[in-house]
Ligand binder design. Structure first.
Ligand SMILES: [Cu+2]
Length: 198
């Protein structure tokens, strides 16, 4: 949520000091749907690369372990973001990832949490050594322009500056060529609609 506050504040500052309403007029929302034969939910739609710097929010992102499930199942963040892993179950949970630099946060009981700061872009599988059925994903990206699809495949990426971009889609069931496929999108107004299908 921090990023929305920040971008709102920046837009207010820009519109006050420079040219009223220009900053808002040039930003738009990308919205649409993703259709995939192996499921439309929990797909991350993101802009591959956007100009500028994207400092991580000071507020930590959250993943809960509840009813033997990572919630949310898929979490997109920008590099440098710290994620708090909370345990809301009566049993002890662990969190580890074998991906990229790898980490193991140990084991902790209900009501406690451990944190990890994700420094490098990439996909990090989240696992619990105590409960092999548990599975989640942290997707570390270059910029804030990202969204996770709902059950019916809808997504909304707000506050995107006007420009030409490449979208990609990540999903745990997508094959490698599907994850590498790019979809060009041009943001030039308040709303840009795209329907992505595989
Ligand atoms: Cu567990």
């Amino acid at each position: 949520m921090e990023r929305f506050v920040t971008s709102t504040m920046l837009a207010l500052v820009a519109s006050t000091l420079i040219a009223p309403a220009v900053a808002w007029a040039e930003a738009g929302t990308i919205e649409g749907t993703v259709a995939h034969a192996r499921g439309n939910a929990n797909l991350v739609v993101y802009i591959v690369s956007a100009p500028g710097q994207f400092p991580p929010p000071s507020a930590h992102a959250q993943i809960d372990q509840k009813k033997m499930t990572f919630i949310p199942h898929v979490l997109p963040i920008v590099a440098g973001t710290t994620v708090d892993f909370t345990n809301s179950d009566a049993v002890t949970h662990n969190v580890f990832s074998p991906d990229n630099e790898g980490y193991n946060l140990g084991a902790w009981p209900k009501g406690e949490k451990r944190s990890y700061t994700f420094k490098k872009p990439g996909v990090y599988t989240q696992l619990c050594s105590i409960h092999p059925e548990m599975l989640g994903f942290v997707i570390v990206l270059q910029n804030f322009y990202q969204a996770v699809t709902t059950a019916d495949g809808h997504f909304t990426i707000p506050n995107v500056p006007a420009g030409q971009y490449q979208l990609k889609v990540w999903g745990e069931k997508l094959k490698k060529p599907e994850k590498e496929r790019t979809f060009p999108v041009k943001v030039a107004g308040a709303k840009t609609s795209v329907n992505l299908s595989f």
